[in-house]
Design a protein around this ligand. Structure first.
Ligand code: S3P
Length: 191
């Protein structure tokens, strides 16, 4: 079979019916997840909403009452539940989900992982005035700068990376969709 011919993958290579969006806060993961899910006829959710539903309080409250490590454990539980659910799903993850190696492995094992990127300026503009993200409390611009530096490379494990600056959410969703259809278990380019 020629290099560029597509071959439907057989039963020994199960299709991946989870798309996982990773990226820094304010890169538009949840908005794009909704658009992507609509295009595919999949459901969608985000790990933060799952944690809020499970814990019965907001992310900010959770950080304040129990601290970040407690939140990270709840986040991993939510991620595991979503990735192993028996239904096609687009999953938007919280920006720090990728910090755990176990989480990264889980995402790659069960899903197609796409990283959404945005410049510091765009992110600062998007999160300005935000009170829902405890890690940005105080001086959001300074916190974004500091965290982006600390997390540089953290999203590089993804199978696809989309630079979202200047793109609307629909265009970002289209890019992710092309990557998903091209490299996921649905279709594969034969070598
Ligand atoms: C976090 C990102 C947030 C949320 C929490 C921590 C992070 O999600 O999970 O405030 O560590 O980057 P978003 O990326 O959806 O803002």
């Amino acid at each position: 079979m020629g290099r560029c011919e597509h071959q439907v993958v057989g039963e020994d290579q199960p299709s991946r019916s989870k798309i996982v969006l990773v990226g820094f806060m304010g890169t538009g993961k949840s908005t794009v997840a909704g658009q992507l899910a609509a295009r595919l006829g999949y459901g969608w959710t985000d790990t933060d909403s799952e944690v809020v539903a499970e814990e019965g309080c907001s992310i900010a409250e959770l950080f304040a009452r129990h601290g970040e490590p407690y939140f990270r454990e709840a986040e991993t539980r939510a991620l595991t539940r979503l990735l192993t659910a028996d239904t096609p799903l687009v999953i938007a993850t919280g920006g720090g989900t990728v910090l755990s190696e176990a989480n990264r492995e889980l995402m790659l094992r069960h899903g197609f992982v796409a990283a959404l990127r945005a410049s510091e300026a765009v992110i600062v503009q998007r999160v300005a005035g935000d009170t829902a993200r405890p890690l940005l409390a105080g001086d959001p611009a300074a916190k974004v700068r500091e965290l982006m530096k600390a997390r540089s490379g953290a999203y590089d494990f993804a199978q696809l990376s989309v630079d979202t600056d200047g793109l609307d959410p629909g265009a970002v969703a289209e890019s992710v969709l092309s990557g998903y259809l091209g490299t996921s278990g649905l279709y594969r380019v034969s070598e």
